[in-house]
Ligand binder design. Sequence first.
Ligand code: NI
Length: 154
Amino acid sequence: MAIRTILTDEEPILHKVCKPVEKFDQRLWLLLDDMADTLKKSGGVGLAAPQVGVQRRLFIMDTGNGLKECINPTILERRGEQECVEGCLSSPGEYGMIHRPAVVKLQAQNRDGKYFIVTLEGLAAQCADHESDHLDGILFKSKVDRMLAPDELA
Ligand code: NI
């Protein structure tokens, strides 16, 4: 396993729509393992493939309940609303106030291609919505109500 470089938001790949994952093979598993190492080292809660230069529809997240690998994810349902402080590993040091769904029902495939459905709330719902946006080339800064000034972060 290895740490991959996290691209920052001026990179064109972060603004593109990602392609579906078609092969559930060793190469995918290596990518997932590397992304897990990279996320752990970063201190973040979610990481999408385009952030490490791979234009494919997958992300991983760990909001405190263990690592989730979500391949070809689809958000089946968004319910409610929460106002959150949000940042992104691709926009280091920048945070904003944003509205996200309070509950997200997500369908995805695991690393073996098996489909699963999970209902996420709170931070996990925020994270899944943020990471799903990455797969469509959408960055949180384009959706924030406002960015926070450095003295608001204390
Ligand atoms: Ni992000």
